[in-house]
Ligand binder design. Structure first.
Ligand SMILES: *Cc1c(COP(=O)(O)O)cnc(C)c1O
Length: 405
């Protein structure tokens, strides 16, 4: 029998940008006994999570919850709204945008891929002006949907979704707007209704602090109308039956009961802290992380300060230093996992996750592990990133008022 005795002392630092560490509170909630998914207690749980998850997406419309990873929810968004051969305008921000485009092709859609050439597109957010220009040329309205990634997890670059909505409206184009915020939700500000998004896709294992295994489609009235005539085959992913049964807190099949306990706990935690506080905490930690990267004299992957990700920071390694070899050194010496470079960035960068339950001291430990690993790898560093991050975080805290006796 395999003996599980390979765990080093102390806790493992899971600093990849998803799955993020699952707080003990959530793990405990998940360990409650599984109940009858047709029984009365389950209905109450279902209604609770279906109602409060809307606050996270900032929507009044239905949010569909699937027992699937984020990739399943990508497929659900496409198959519910589109028909075989439909042209979709997708935007290349990085590896996840590229995977979504491959899926569109596999489903029989015709994706057009917009973006800046080379790795430039992987260092900037979506250029809404390019989307507007393309839509203006589509006088016949053959483009049925615009698909963008809100927080590109492969690079640490966000995109301005409100600007994309404006671009679609400015072009007077009826295309649906589909947005992947699998890694952005509950870490970066997101507004499904205000930004006029038709389908928002998200997942459980990033900002929501849950294990992998559930994912979401937040929908609009326009998306639901499109689903009535969309012809891509769908059965398991079909919204209709799920939304109908969700009215009483149930699903047409067996939902992920224990992960829904976890979701209920996560909602308590996030709404208890307050979404604005959660977003501010992520911005603060991300700024401290970038201060460290700058002090090391390394480059942040995101080249546009207006769209730095609050979820993760991509760190480019200097020529001659393989980022994956550095990650391996850190893993073996300091029991910490960092994100690998994906696609075009393989070997040229690593990614530091600072999402979900991250706080000042978890970030400082993470940066210490990175700094020690960079030194072990012989990467020439300009200065101490750890010291710079501490200075930044200290500057963000208010000193208590001195009491004069
Ligand atoms: C994680 C992630 C995905 C894929 O989700 P899975 O849960 O791995 O299927 C897709 N898009 C983005 C932006 C992600 O961060």
């Amino acid at each position: 029998m395999l003996k599980l005795d390979f765990h080093p002392a102390g806790r493992h630092f899971l600093q990849i940008p998803g799955p993020s560490p699952v707080p003990d509170r959530i793990l405990r909630a998940i360990s409650y006994p599984t109940i009858d998914h047709r029984g009365p207690e389950f209905g109450a749980l279902g209604l609770r999570v279906l109602s409060d998850i809307k606050k996270i997406f900032k929507t009044e419309q239905p949010v569909v919850i699937y027992p699937a990873s984020g990739t399943g929810a990508w497929e659900a968004a496409l198959t519910n709204t589109l028909s075989p051969g439909d042209t979709v305008l997708m935007y290349e921000t990085g590896h996840f945008a590229t995977l979504w485009k491959k899926m569109a092709e596999a489903l029989g859609l015709k994706p057009e891929f917009l973006g800046l050439p080379g790795i430039e597109g992987w260092r900037h957010g979506v250029r809404a002006d390019l989307i507007e220009e393309r839509l203006r040329k589509d006088a016949q309205h053959t483009i049925k949907a615009v698909c963008v990634v809100h927080n590109e997890t492969s690079t640490g670059v966000t995109s301005d979704i409100a600007a994309v909505r404006k671009a679609i409206d400015a072009a007077g184009h009826p295309a649906l707007l589909l947005v992947d915020t699998i890694s952005g939700l509950a870490s970066a500000d997101y507004r499904h209704d205000d930004w006029g998004v038709d389908v928002t896709i998200s997942g459980s294992q990033k900002g929501l602090m849950l294990p992998p295994g559930i994912s979401f489609n937040a929908v609009s009235k326009k998306a639901i109308a499109a689903s009535k005539t969309a012809k891509l085959p769908k059965a398991f992913w079909g919204w209709d039956e799920i939304i109908e049964m969700n009215a009483t807190g149930y699903w047409p099949y067996t939902p992920n009961t224990n992960l829904l306990y976890g979701l209920s706990e996560a909602l308590d935690m996030i709404l208890g802290e307050g979404l604005d506080n959660v977003f501010a905490r992520h911005q603060r930690l991300a700024a401290a992380c970038r201060a460290a990267v700058n002090a090391w004299g390394l480059e942040v992957q995101c080249a546009d300060p207006a769209v730095y990700s609050p979820v993760l920071t991509g760190v480019m390694t200097p020529a001659g230093f393989d980022a994956d070899a550095i990650r391996k050194l850190i893993y073996e010496n300091f029991n910490m996992s960092l994100g690998t470079g994906l696609g075009k960035m393989k070997g040229g960068m690593f990614r530091i996750g600072h999402l979900g339950e991250a706080n000042e001291l978890s970030l400082m430990a993470t940066l210490s592990g990175c700094e020690m690993g960079l030194k072990l790898a012989g990467v020439p560093l300009k200065g101490s990133g750890v010291a710079a991050a501490m200075d930044y975080l200290t500057s963000q805290k208010r000193k208590p008022a001195l009491k004069v006796a």
